[in-house]
Ligand binder design. Structure first.
Ligand code: XBP
Ligand code: MG
Length: 244
């Protein structure tokens, strides 16, 4: 029998519309602050989200739109500096309350805790960004609700690689078959599925229309979803997924 023991949440786009409300304006503020004429409008940023990781996204963009700068000596340090500045701007947006949780997120987290489910996070963004978002939206104790927080460069390969989910499963000391991933994007779904997890997908404006064929459950948002429904569906599953 399949028993649901933990929910593993993606952050960006899943817990909150961080890409729209935080990361994109933060990238543009960092570029302006560095005197670069780079500007990522919503459509451009939507395309760039195919590359997970802010540093990787900057490198990807520069190679295509500013190749001389990308090929110059020391560009690695330039990327690190731009990303650090961007993270400072992002933290300012979060601290100012400009990045609210998506519908249903707080209620599901609270109900899952009451039900005794373990909570974890598997995200590409930085640990600082995770802590700031949890504190700003759920309060100063929220970090302690999560038994494992896998974030950013803690693993060598970012989503769609499964590394971050495997890192979290190791720390939870749980098998993939007992956990449910909650994601917003095709990249995140691929990472969770390759790690052998079933995945509940709640798309957002940037990821709507992506291929969610492998999703275990697909909903507009987490509003109205409770741990009882998830545990019941888990128990009814004919066959748990097999890790790829
Ligand atoms: C989405 C990402 C992150 C953010 C930007 O992460 O790919 O890179 O876009 O954050 P998630 P950083 O796995 O939570 O959907 O600039 O800190 O990478
Ligand atoms: Mg995401």
């Amino acid at each position: 029998m399949n028993t649901l023991r933990a929910l593993i949440f993606d952050v960006d786009g899943t817990l909150a519309d961080t890409e729209r409300d935080g990361h994109r304006p933060a990238f543009n503020a960092a570029f302006a602050g560095a005197g670069l004429r780079w500007h990522w409008d919503a459509a451009t940023y939507g395309e760039l989200l195919a590359v997970a990781g802010g540093k990787e996204r900057i490198r990807h963009y520069a190679a295509r739109h500013d190749p001389e700068r990308a090929a110059a000596p020391g560009f690695g340090e330039t990327v690190a500096g731009l990303h650090a500045a961007k993270t400072r701007h992002y933290l300012d947006h979060v601290a100012a309350g400009r990045v609210p949780l998506r519908p249903g997120v707080a209620a599901l987290l609270a109900a899952a805790r009451r039900q005794g489910l373990r909570l974890a996070i598997a995200t590409t963004t930085t640990p600082d960004n995770v802590e700031a978002l949890l504190r700003a939206t759920l309060g100063p104790d929220a970090m302690g609700w999560f038994a494992a927080i896998g974030a950013g460069d803690v693993v060598p390969a970012k989503k769609p690689a499964p590394d971050i989910y495997r890192w979290v499963l190791e720390r939870l000391e749980l098998d993939a078959v007992d956990c449910l991933a909650v994601e917003d994007s095709e990249l995140g779904l691929a990472a969770a599925s390759t790690a052998g997890l079933r995945c509940l997908v709640t798309p957002n404006a940037y990821t709507a229309g992506q291929d969610f064929g492998r999703a275990w459950m697909l909903r507009d948002s987490l509003a109205g979803i409770g741990p009882d429904e998830l545990a019941r569906r888990f128990a009814e599953d004919p066959a748990p997924p097999s890790a790829a």
